[in-house]
Design a protein around this ligand. Structure first.
Ligand code: AMP
Length: 118
């Protein structure tokens, strides 16, 4: 499967679709999920074209990998989850429930997140 340049997050990265930005640097963008599942629900995405975590880990540079990991913690801190914690997760493929084929970490916070899976 090749990267779909017309996926919704690619359009957000190109500025063709707006987002509620939380954080941005040279390597990552973080924005509020359009359909929040918890009080705080933010997505952290790499700027590079990666379908999912497997694609990212096989193709991304060490710098990109470090930057994305650090951004998850940084963004969680920005949204006030430093003390009480949060859940970070990424869905991969159809069994994983991935809908948008551009790697993204969900950050859920602001309340008890509850059961790990349902
Ligand atoms: P996943 O099922 O892991 O691929 O999650 C995709 C997420 O992207 C869902 O939580 C959607 O609500 C979210 N989403 C879809 N379109 C947008 C958008 N335009 N802006 C922000 N979040 C979006």
């Amino acid at each position: 499967m090749s990267y779909d340049k017309n996926n919704i997050f690619a359009k957000i990265l190109r500025g063709e679709i707006p987002c509620k930005k939380v954080y941005e640097n040279d390597h990552v963008l973080a924005f509020h999920d359009i359909n929040p599942q918890k009080k705080v629900h933010v997505l952290v995405i790499p700027k590079g074209e990666y379908i999912d975590l497997n694609d990212f880990n096989s193709k991304a540079s060490d710098k990109e990998i470090v930057e994305l990991n650090k951004a998850v913690t940084h963004v969680a801190n920005l949204v006030g989850a430093k003390d009480k914690g949060f859940r970070a997760l990424t869905n991969i493929g159809s069994d994983g429930g991935q809908e948008v084929p551009h790697l993204h970490f969900h950050i859920f916070a602001g309340e008890k997140i509850g059961k790990m899976v349902s």
